[in-house]
Design a binder for this molecule. Structure first.
Ligand SMILES: Nc1ncnc2c1ncn2[C@@H]1O[C@H](COP(=O)(O)OP(=O)(O)OP(=O)(O)O)[C@@H](O)[C@H]1O
Ligand SMILES: [Mg+2]
Length: 293
């Protein structure tokens, strides 16, 4: 079924796969390179590899409100970049531009060096390559967990029923919900529903996963299971851009933390640097507000 990317596009120092080979195999079996027609350019990063995701000079306004004022960001293969910032700073808009739920006004976005902004790009193909998980799970209430996943596979990837079914079961197994495949959303906890939504995105075998506050709607006791699934995805080598307020998760799982304010990336660095020694006054003010809550 899938074309394996392993070994061809991952950094040589990727040791995560060796730490949990079985999980890695299961998640990597869903990492796939679909055929996409797009403009390609050599977008080589400092370490000589093409970034999985590259955002260049991204601008977006809603009427007179300038929400993104020139965002530049590169996310390397298998990197987990954690984004935080005050409400209204443009975090969701940035993510939504990455899978073309919003149209950028200016700027370019590349996936594995392929331009995905501009005219003539196949939106269906983009949404296979970039999975997105939202705060609201957006599951169809009249469909079982399995059918929520197979529907996406049939619509987006044009899979036959039997093929989509096997794929869906594999994805549900990865998020620990194979035994809930026939349950309807109303029969699942919020955390389980969010894991179905993650399975639905994973089943499309994306190259990059975007998360927009995936645990914000959950009761505290349900947050852990969703974060565990995200940790497993990270361990298996998925490239992830995560907007969240789960600072402990960021400290432990993120490769890099980005602080956004007023439509710009103000500061970025290792989690220990940004949380422990924020350089910018706006970052310090935000972190002290968050800690005080
Ligand atoms: N479709 C839209 N039409 C008009 N304004 C919008 C639209 N989407 C977002 N905005 C505005 O753009 C600004 C940035 O919104 P965005 O959702 O990106 O912020 P955010 O950083 O994700 O905030 P939060 O932490 O509250 O989720 C806000 O002022 C918001 O009201
Ligand atoms: Mg938001």
């Amino acid at each position: 079924m899938a074309t394996w990317r392993m070994g061809t596009s991952r950094p040589a120092d990727d040791t995560t796969s060796r730490s949990n080979p079985e999980l890695s195999h299961r998640v990597r079996s869903l990492v796939f390179l679909p055929a996409v027609s797009a403009v390609t350019r050599p977008a080589v990063s400092a370490n000589g590899l093409v970034p999985s995701l590259e955002i260049c000079g991204l601008h977006k306004s809603f009427g007179p409100l300038e929400v993104l004022k020139g965002v530049d960001l590169k996310v390397a293969h298998s990197e987990l970049v954690f984004v935080l910032g005050p409400s209204g700073s443009g975090k969701s808009t940035m993510l939504r531009c990455c899978n073309r739920l919003e149209e950028p006004d200016f700027g370019e976005i590349f996936i594995e060096g392929d331009l995905i902004t501009g005219r003539g790009v196949n939106l269906n193909a983009i949404r296979q390559r970039i999975g997105m998980v939202f705060q609201a799970f957006n599951l169809y209430p009249h469909l079982s967990a399995r059918k929520n996943v197979t529907l996406a596979l049939r619509k987006v990837r044009g899979m036959r029923w039997d093929e989509s079914n096997a794929h869906a079961m594999e994805a549900l197994d990865q998020v620990g919900l194979a035994d809930k495949a026939e349950s309807y959303p109303s029969e699942l906890s919020g955390g389980q529903q969010q894991r179905v939504a993650i399975a639905r995105a994973l089943a499309l075998e994306p190259q990059v996963m975007l998360f927009d506050e995936p645990t914000s709607a959950l009761d505290p006791e349900l947050v852990g299971d969703v974060l565990e699934v995200m940790r497993n995805m990270k361990a298996a080598g998925m490239t992830m851009l995560v907007v969240s307020h789960e600072m402990n998760f960021a400290r432990e799982a993120a490769d890099r933390v980005i602080f956004m304010d007023q439509g710009q990336i103000v500061e970025q660095g290792l989690p220990a640097e940004v949380f422990g020694f924020p350089r910018h006054e706006r970052t310090r003010a935000f972190l002290s507000r968050v800690k005080g809550m």
